[in-house]
Design a protein around this ligand. Structure first.
Ligand code: GUN
Length: 320
């Protein structure tokens, strides 16, 4: 998968000891397929115990990108044996109406995961809606209880995109302990949970954002760069230490000589000769997000059934 004419790899031992993988391109599609294979096996085991994992997906409005994401999530769920239920609400839905639906899904024991596709239309209170989702069904990991649990290093449902990025980093670099990771972007969906996961993995973490002074020089110190700013090709070779490992979370649509195409937050052609490894866009982080959504749904189903079983055992003990 190394493009023709790509320069030779840096030697192992460069880049502060981050071992160099055989190829420079980090193949998110292949990694996601491995995760989904494991998920499929876990789902089959749950089916064997008469448990049907189920995911409810809520889409409010008609944002074209969100429609594509939701369709892909539902298709992937079906492929791995997870039942999916789609709820489409019109763009003039009020927060109260959305909260009623979330309440019904929270109370439904046949639903294990609830995903509220973001962004919501401007009139809606996003934070209130996310807080209404039962934390044990919060497969996005956006509820404050899960956000807090992650920052304390507890085992909670964690956001899918950063979890996928961490998986790719572990596969590429092996041991992450002591590595300097720079996260560019501080969103609640990617930047902040990414920083928390990297800290949990014993990295030294720097978070850069629009107000950072001399972001480029700080980024150049990083062994690992996670770009999640949403600005097409912002990060070029001048931001990167030779031999860095780069994860590009950006998905930006640009006009390229009259042709529309997707590019990341990293200027791929500029970065490639400098890096030890890099995710392409598309085909890097994107497939990992859905794979980890499926993984979280199975984890949620399992946890809810354990909780139900121990509740019913407690009732039995109290009766006899
Ligand atoms: N919109 C963009 N990314 C995400 C995500 O990871 N989860 C949800 N629910 N909405 C998104």
């Amino acid at each position: 998968q190394v493009p023709p004419g790509a320069p030779s790899l840096p030697q192992s031992g460069q880049n502060g000891g981050v071992p160099v993988s055989a190829h420079k391109l980090i193949d998110g599609k292949a990694a996601a397929a491995r995760v989904l294979l494991q998920v499929r096996e876990d789902v089959a085991r749950l089916h064997g115990q008469a448990i049907q994992p189920a995911l409810a997906v809520i889409l409010v409005g008609s944002d074209p990108a969100s429609q594509v994401y939701v369709r892909n999530k539902i298709l992937r769920a079906e492929e791995v044996g997870i039942r999916s239920v789609e709820h489409r609400l019109p763009s003039d839905t009020s927060t109260e109406q959305l909260l009623i639906l979330i309440g019904q899904l929270n109370a439904d024991p046949a639903i294990h995961g609830i995903l509220l596709q973001l962004p919501l239309p401007a009139q809606m209170d996003e934070l209130r809606a996310l807080e209404a989702i039962a934390p044990d069904k919060d497969v996005d990991g956006f509820h404050s209880q899960n956000v807090g649990g992650l920052s304390q290093g507890r085992a909670v449902l964690t956001p899918c995109t950063p979890s996928g990025c961490l998986y790719l980093l572990e596969q590429t670099c092996g041991d992450l302990r002591g590595k300097h990771a720079v996260v560019i972007g501080r969103s609640n969906i990617v930047g902040k949970p990414m920083a928390a996961l990297l800290l949990k993995a014993d990295c030294s973490v720097t978070v850069l954002h629009s107000r950072s002074h001399d972001a480029q020089a700080l980024c150049r110190q990083a062994d690992i760069v996670i770009a999640a700013v949403g600005r097409a090709r912002l990060i070029d070779a001048s931001w990167l230490k030779p031999g860095a490992v780069v994860i590009d979370v950006g998905i930006n649509r640009i006009d390229d000589d009259g042709r529309s195409r997707l590019v990341g937050d990293v200027d791929f052609d500029s970065a490639l000769p400098h890096v030890a490894a890099i995710t392409p866009v598309p085909g890097g982080v994107g497939p990992m997000t859905i794979a980890f959504l499926m993984k979280n749904t199975v984890a949620a189903a399992l946890a809810q059934h354990h909780a139900l079983r121990s509740q019913s055992e407690a009732v039995c003990h109290s009766i006899y």
